[in-house]
Design a protein around this ligand. Structure first.
Ligand code: CTP
Ligand code: MG
Length: 245
């Protein structure tokens, strides 16, 4: 059976969040944002190996927040893509070509167990990899330099790309190395795969898989977690998780 690797980029500074500390360390429903994300992943994939990308000068990280038995710390890079590339390079000697790799942003603590399971199934089955995504619902405007509307974009077929995104190890590692050789700026794993001519599978996910980005997102994430805790497919609360492990 293929081994499962989880790469969690958490080496950003959270510039848009304008907080005192990087957004992954802000408190959210009794834990940090990072710890919430890790508990979600661990509940779905307890036997996976975690590669956690952290800034070299990170002073906030607490290893007690990592629920995985098998995990390692990776020095992140200047951009998200550099952090993910560093993780892929770090496991290259150990990972088999057909091992499964899922990359999930530390800043997405509301990802639901059902979405994680469906995405893993798609990554296992799809030769070109897969990503969670949601169809665009709003009318899309292109802005002119003066802040006025320059035009309306067709939203047919447009999706928001979420995480996790993933593929077999060799496919993703090759794609990242090829993109780096070509100097391509990547904001997600699917872009690396697309640049190689692959067509990753869009897996329709939940709209509440929010990426905490701006100051008001934190309160929204609190509401989402509270609503999920009241529904039947909810992941365990902090206290329940402690009792289970
Ligand atoms: N990330 C990373 N290494 C970087 C930049 C980002 O590992 N050099 C991580 C972030 O910690 C986050 C995820 O990639 O979990 C998605 O990035 P983003 O939401 O852009 O986070 P930040 O870069 O921290 O925020 P901002 O762009 O507002 O500065
Ligand atoms: Mg960023």
């Amino acid at each position: 059976m293929s081994r499962l690797w989880l790469i969690v980029p958490a080496a950003g500074v959270g510039r848009r969040m304008q907080a005192e500390c990087p957004k992954q360390y802000l408190p959210l429903a009794g834990r940090t944002v990072l710890a919430q994300s890790l508990v979600r992943l661990h509940t779905a994939f307890p036997a996976a190996t975690l590669c956690l990308c952290l800034a070299q000068d990170d002073t906030e990280f607490d290893a007690d927040a990592v629920p995985f038995d098998d995990w390692r710390r990776i020095d992140g890079g200047a951009e998200r893509a550099d952090s993910v590339a560093a993780a892929l390079a770090a496991i290259a000697a150990e990972a088999a070509d057909d091992d499964l790799v899922l990359v999930h942003d530390a800043a997405r603590p509301c990802v639901a167990p059902d979405d994680l399971a469906r995405l893993l199934a798609a990554v296992s089955a799809e030769p070109d990899g897969a990503l969670l995504a949601v169809p665009v619902a709003d009318t899309m405007k292109r802005a002119a330099a003066d802040g006025r509307v320059a035009g309306t974009e067709l939203r047919d077929g447009l999706w928001h790309a979420l995480t996790p995104q993933g593929a077999r190890f060799a496919l993703l590692y090759d794609a990242y190395r090829a993109a780096s050789a070509r100097g391509l700026a990547l904001t997600d794993e699917a872009s690396a795969l697309e640049a190689m001519g692959h067509a990753p599978q869009l897996v329709a996910g939940r709209r509440d898989n929010l990426k905490i980005t701006h100051p008001d997102d934190l309160a929204l994430a609190e509401l989402i977690l509270a609503a999920q805790a009241g529904s039947s497919d909810s992941p365990p609360t902090a206290a329940q998780h402690k009792a289970l492990t």
